[in-house]
Design a protein around this ligand. Structure first.
Ligand code: SF4
Ligand code: SF4
Length: 71
């Protein structure tokens, strides 16, 4: 059961993967099916049901484009 909900402002993502590397659940990845307006595959959540709501992804993003809502 998910304990948090994560939202990405995908058009500002530069695909640096910091959020991907630091998510303790290992549930983030780049979405290879999407190209944003900057020309990158943006980060997305692969298994939303496993999010623990810790907020580490939002803290790590240098562009502040992730919002985490605790459930
Ligand atoms: S809130 Fe925590 S568990 Fe959920 S995606 Fe972000 S880093 Fe991963
Ligand atoms: S840390 Fe931010 S800019 Fe980097 S991949 Fe994640 S969402 Fe995109």
């Amino acid at each position: 059961m998910a304990k948090g909900r994560v939202h990405f402002h995908i058009d500002q993502c530069k695909a640096c993967e910091l959020c991907v590397k630091f998510c303790p659940q290992g549930i983030l990845g780049l979405d290879e099916n999407v190209i944003n307006i900057l020309g990158y595959h943006p980060a997305s959540i692969l298994r939303p049901q496993e999010c623990n709501g810790c907020g580490i992804c939002a803290l790590m993003c240098p562009d502040l484009i992730i919002e985490v809502e605790k459930e």
